[in-house]
Design a binder for this molecule. Structure first.
Ligand code: 1PR
Length: 553
């Protein structure tokens, strides 16, 4: 690394920058943390991975005395790469926090996506339309996609035109394009996350680190054809249910309707926990094979105190060193008091997981309790895990894992307080044609008086950014997703939804994407057992005209 620059990382401690660190390290560059205002002037290259909210970021920069040195550094055209919020702070202001001023290097204001038109946040893999030549973005091929996750965006205007390197579109034809990358001289920034965009993102980051803004002064325009649009890809999520087996090893397991033990054999009271592999190895395989995201669920976390659960944290730390797509972790994220009487808030627990490499955390049981409390008076208490975590890390970092089970009824009148769905294709044991979807806690062990639609509505109001929608009846059955459930949840919220439970064949994925507007689909068992490969699903979706991210091997 002797001939390589040292990267000064502007990490103000508000979120997960481990993935940025891992990406820089994997490219062979050394990192120095910016710890004092003087470190900014002394830097060779600054990478600013903004996380959290706009106001929070500006307050922190100001509080640490970084604002003025950073403005001077940028004004002097010194090498800088801003990521996501790190790009937004370059603008003059943001609707996210109107009372704060941005760094004001780029003319314009950052505004929110219109949630009456599109799901907000904009989460997932989308393209970039290149407007000017630059070796940084030239590394992207026309069909390459990169990973976005944001609720606010900057629009191209006459005033900031000479900054715009690429734009991206989100939504129906006619929806406006937003700025996805900017550059002037040595100052480069992008709205997407190169550190989460697989090999494509690493290449882009490397192009910048190698030559910085070398050609930045003379970026030639690239003609853009009228009406060119980019398309948000449907995401494919690989899920690993993780738990300790009877021998004390952390294994990937997989249940049928959430039962993860084999049948008991003679002389045993219970069967062994199914073992489908090691979490880190399996997740690395899914990354290589083209999973768009990977989710780890610690399925027995309610039994132990999570911060003592070092193995799960180690899994995440190891996995994030080699996996450059988004990682979600769930199971056991809640407040608790340890044996010594020390209280940990859910936010502290989540923080530990973010620091270990999670991009998003997922809440199961705790979300049900929070929704129950919210439904009593529709008041935001500010104390729930959803509210606390989304306030600090952003809404996009909070996923709600819903574990509903069908409660069959002969007619909707039997369950007047719940949303009942008509299920003539899957009648109940006594031929009942209707069911409501009862939310459960503790991994399906306990049903509560809340249905899936009530839960997702309440969680969205509390600040959740995404719904991971399981269905206990369908889990591991390989009969396809519960389309009726997916449709009813999609209709209830405007945040993105991941359909889960029941995938058994490639056709089940095209079916859920064609028959519902769901943004992502998740599967576990079929991938673990090599019954269907991730590449088979991507190929099938592409053949069916469904936009998917296809990864070259
Ligand atoms: O309640 O916040 O501690 O979180 C516990 C988490 O663990 C929840 O997200 C809950 O969904 C999960 N969980 C608990 N018990 C089980 C179990 O299986 N016994 N797994 C469990 C949930 C379901 C899906 C599965 C899909 C796809 N796993 O994630 O991967 O159903 O499976 P398939 O493609 O094989 O059909 P908390």
């Amino acid at each position: 690394t002797a001939d390589k620059v040292t990267v000064s990382l502007l990490d103000y401690g508000a979120g997960n920058v481990r993935s940025v660190r891992n990406a820089i390290t994997s490219l062979g560059y050394a990192i120095k943390d910016v710890a004092t205002p003087g470190d900014i002037d002394a830097a060779e290259v600054i990478i600013f991975p903004g996380v959290g909210s706009f106001g929070n970021a500006m307050d922190t920069l100001e509080g640490k005395g970084y604002t003025e040195p950073l403005k001077a550094y940028l004004a002097a055209n010194r090498p800088f790469f801003g990521i996501c919020l790190g790009m937004q702070t370059l603008f003059e202001s943001s609707e996210e926090s109107p009372e704060h001023k941005g760094l004001g290097i780029i003319p314009g204001a950052v505004t929110q996506f219109d949630s009456s038109q599109v799901s907000v946040p904009h989460i997932g893999w989308n393209g970039a339309i290149q407007h000017r030549r630059s070796h940084v973005i030239d590394s992207l091929d026309k069909d390459d996609v990169v990973y976005f996750v944001h609720s606010y965006r900057a629009l191209p205007t006459a005033a900031n035109k000479d900054w715009v390197l690429s734009t991206t579109t989100y939504g129906e034809p006619g929806a406006s394009e937003f700025i996805s990358a900017v550059q002037k001289g040595n100052v480069v920034a992008c709205q997407f996350h190169p550190e989460k965009s697989g090999g494509v993102g690493l290449k882009l980051l490397e192009s910048f680190l190698k030559d910085r803004g070398v050609d930045g002064g003379s970026q030639a325009p690239v003609p853009v054809a009228e009406g060119v649009r980019t398309v948000l890809r449907k995401r494919l999520v690989a899920c690993l249910d993780v738990r300790t087996n009877d021998a004390g090893d952390l294994v990937v397991t997989k249940g049928d309707q959430y039962a993860v033990r084999e049948e008991a054999t003679d002389g045993q009271t219970k069967g062994v926990v199914r073992n489908l592999g090691k979490p880190v190895e399996l997740s690395e395989r899914y990354y290589r094979e083209g999973a768009d995201e990977i989710t780890f669920l610690n399925i027995t976390s309610f039994r132990q105190e999570v911060l003592d659960d070092a193995p799960m944290l180690q899994v995440l730390e190891k996995a994030s060193e080699k996996i450059f797509v988004p990682l979600t972790v769930g199971g056991g994220i809640r407040a608790y008091t340890d044996g010594n009487g020390r209280h940990y808030s859910a936010l502290e627990v989540a923080a530990r997981y973010f620091r270990a490499g999670a991009d998003k955390i997922s809440l199961g049981s705790d979300a049900v309790y929070a929704a129950e409390a919210y439904m009593k008076d529709a008041q935001l208490s500010g104390t729930s895990a959803i509210e606390q975590i989304s306030k600090v890390y952003g809404r996009q970092a909070v996923v709600i894992s819903v574990d509903p089970r069908r409660v069959y009824v002969a007619s909707p009148e039997e369950a007047p307080t719940h949303t009942c769905l008509h299920l003539p294709h899957a009648p109940g044991p006594e031929g009942q044609q209707y069911a409501w979807y009862q939310c459960t806690v503790r991994g399906g062990r306990e049903g509560r008086d809340v249905d899936a639609v009530q839960l997702v509505r309440a969680c969205e109001a509390l600040g959740a950014g995404e719904i991971l929608l399981n269905c206990i009846d369908m889990d591991g059955q390989k009969q396809g997703f519960d389309l009726a459930l997916v449709k009813s949840v999609m209709a209830a919220v405007s945040i993105p939804v991941i359909a889960s439970s029941g995938a058994g064949a490639v056709e089940h994925f095209s079916q859920v994407f064609k028959e519902t507007n769901v943004q992502a689909a998740l599967a576990a068992g079929i991938f673990h057992k090599h019954l269907v490969e991730i590449s088979d699903v991507k190929k099938h979706l592409t053949e069916q005209g469904i936009a998917a991210r296809v990864v070259g091997v």
